[in-house]
Design a protein around this ligand. Structure first.
Ligand code: MIC
Ligand code: SF4
Length: 642
């Protein structure tokens, strides 16, 4: 029987395991990417492994998140990353060169290759036909050292695209529709593979918008075939030699399938506070808008920006709206500057930000109290904008630009004829802001400023795991709750002791203090615990606070892997109703933890306060069990090399 595209690439890269969904496999990684807010940890961990040079085909370190430089901390991190990458054979994309996913797509992505990135939106590369997966920094560090990447063999869900998008309806609306259908949990354990006659009508950046937001489905990754459209994109980037055609076998099968009729879609918006809370813009109505933010790794391509510029040309942004625009890369920004589109944006009153993540991760531009903010980004979790009371809606660049002019949420079709922008036959390809590594790294001195603190290490799993339930939270807790990131905290990504003081504070400001006073304990969570980003700080800060296990109804993929890498037990209630019987400060115990883990996947947790027993499931491989005994991946590697 034939293979679908995801299976083909996995087969080609398989190092261990059988391609049976739900069982552990490992794959060879061709390319890696890091960004600065997860990168410092990843490189500290890489250094701890004692490997001289990276062993991948290409590894790139981007500086794109942590750009405000409101103190020395960010700049310290940048210098550390610049020097450590220079030493160890990694390309360095300087601040100003653009958002990692946009630049990787433009300049480095290769169809059919595997890409592992320390950022959850790494699947953007799926728009080029890559198997591009987001992971914690430690997994990326291991991959840079030539180690395989371990994951559960995913199921493959086919999204059959039929028809063609109508004017003003965009790739963003496609992925919002998929999110509406499948929810933020609908992709867990799956690769989302796009197929069908509708694929051909979508450009590579449009495909990338769709695969980018596959992260919001909780999917392992998302992927499009590589076809003549892909060839044309690579050719326009001066990289036709990187093209290979890739498609599923004609007789392949899929584990699941849904169909999206592109021609039936309308402009959509994800309403506060979840990317799957989707409704037609028209139905939501003309709510007053205070801020419009256009950019992010989802929607900051050249064509997106050109459409925005055409909509804004000759108009003025509504007096009650602040419009900010961040073009995704130096390539995009330079092209807009050269063809005059940038002038049209500025003349209309747009505030131009540098090519970086910016407001998407709360690095500036937090809206006013109770503001309605329309964003072309991918996440609208409560508080992520930096303003807890803000109401963030996720929309297409077209809906955003039109609404910026009218001052109310507006279905862009009201503007009349849609702007026509075609893909350029040649992009401005200039990699002068990517510094190649030193040919020999031995003499390079790695610069570590005072903000760079060692990362915390766990200790071996104790015989009995004992502690209190230090916090109990509900469903869909995001990594933005567990380890908030904003302009005040992002500069401390290489300082876990400081960050830990803010761990889970959006849920309960007293949590860090309580954890410290009790010398650690347990976290109790609902379903999809840890959804969102790849930041392993959401595991490292709890580790620093002495958290030994998280009991939840279910976990998000990357966070669960990060917990295991940190030696924290991710336990799933066999009976969800047990969740209701635990209260904060209940005394919990896992007796003979190692023996229980060795014996199978059922772990009994005793609630001494309530005199109850909970059966929990620990879905881990034998390799991960060893990691848990050792107290995390680094200790496991050290033990193996001793
Ligand atoms: C995000 O969009 O949440 C981030 C910031 O890019 C994160 C990475 C991080 O926390 O540094 C992600 O998506 O993985
Ligand atoms: Fe940056 Fe936002 Fe993309 Fe994360 S989602 S990589 S913060 S632009």
């Amino acid at each position: 029987m034939g293979l679908n595209l995801a299976q083909k690439i996995i087969k080609e890269h398989l190092v261990s395991g059988e391609m049976v969904p739900g069982t552990e496999i490992s794959i060879r990684i061709d390319q890696t990417l890091t960004q600065d807010s997860t990168g410092t940890m990843a490189y500290l961990q890489f250094e701890a492994m004692g490997i001289d040079r990276v062993k991948t085909k290409k590894s790139v370190a981007y500086i794109d998140h942590n750009m405000l430089q409101s103190g020395f901390e960010n700049a310290d991190d940048h210098k550390y990353i610049q020097t450590v990458t220079n030493k160890h054979g990694i390309y360095f994309s300087r601040p100003g060169n653009g958002i990692c996913h946009q630049v990787q797509l433009e300049r480095f992505g290769v169809p059919g290759m595997t890409l592992l990135g320390s950022d959850s939106h790494t699947p953007t590369g799926g728009g080029l036909g890559m198997l591009a997966i987001g992971a914690g920094g430690l997994d990326v560090a291991v991959a840079m050292g030539g180690g395989a990447y371990y994951l559960m063999m995913p199921k493959v869900l086919k999204v059959n695209l039929v028809g063609k998008l109508r004017p003003w309806v965009t790739a963003k609306d496609v992925i919002l529709e998929v999110l509406r259908k499948l929810s933020v949990k609908g992709g867990v354990g799956k690769v989302v593979e796009y197929a069908g006659e509708g694929v051909a009508s979508l450009t590579v950046p449009e495909r990338a918008t769709i695969t980018n937001m596959g992260a919001e489905l909780g999917a392992t990754t998302s992927i499009f075939p590589s076809d003549e459209t892909t060839r044309a994109f690579l050719k326009a980037q001066g990289r036709e030699q990187d093209f290979v055609e890739l498609k599923p076998d004609a007789d392949c099968t899929y584990d699941e399938e849904i169909t999206i009729d592109l021609s039936a879609l309308e402009p959509l918006a994800a309403k506060p506070h979840s990317p799957d809370n989707v409704e037609e813009v028209n139905n939501i109505g003309k709510i007053k808008v205070d801020q419009v933010a256009i950019g992010s790794c989802t929607n900051s391509s050249f064509v997106d920006m050109m459409k925005v510029a055409k909509i804004l040309k000759g108009k003025t942004v509504h007096p009650d709206v602040s419009l900010v625009i961040s073009p995704g890369s130096k390539q995009v920004l330079t092209m807009l500057a050269e063809n005059g589109a940038l002038a049209d944006m500025v003349a209309a009153g747009a505030r131009i930000l540098e090519s970086s993540c910016g407001p998407c991760i709360g690095m500036g531009q937090s809206p006013k109290t109770d503001a309605v903010s329309l964003r072309t980004f991918n996440r609208n979790f409560e508080g992520r904008s930096g303003t807890v009371s803000a109401q963030v809606y996720l929309v297409s660049p077209e809906t955003a630009a039109v609404s910026a002019i009218t001052g109310v949420l507006t279905d862009p079709r009201e503007l009349g004829e849609a702007p026509s922008v075609s893909m350029p036959s040649e992009f401005l390809a200039n990699d002068n802001m990517v510094t190649p590594p030193a040919p020999e790294g031995n003499d390079v001195e790695v610069v570590r400023g005072p903000n760079i603190k060692p990362f915390p290490l766990n200790t071996e799993l104790p015989e009995n795991v004992i502690g209190k339930a230090l916090i109990k939270v509900g469903d869909n807790i995001t990594t933005d709750h567990i380890m908030p990131s904003n302009a005040k905290l992002l500069p401390f990504r290489s300082n876990v002791p400081y960050l830990s003081e803010f761990c889970l504070t959006p849920c309960d400001p007293e949590f860090p203090k309580r954890a410290q006073e009790n010398k650690g304990g347990f976290i109790v969570g609902g379903s999809n615990y840890g959804q969102g980003s790849s930041r392993e700080h959401a595991a490292l800060a709890p580790l620093y606070l002495g958290i030994k296990a998280v009991l939840a109804k279910s976990f998000a993929r990357i966070h669960m892997a990060n917990l295991i890498n940190s030696g924290i037990l991710p336990l799933v209630f066999e009976n969800e109703a047990d969740y209701d019987t635990i209260d904060m400060m209940d005394e919990l115990t896992i007796a003979h933890a190692q023996e229980q883990i060795k014996a199978g996947d059922k772990i009994v947790v005793k609630n001494l306060t309530k005199n109850r027993e909970y059966v929990t499931i620990l879905t881990v491989s034998d390799r991960q069990k060893e990691m848990l005994y050792a107290g995390g991946l680094i200790n496991f590697i050290k033990k193996a090399n001793a």
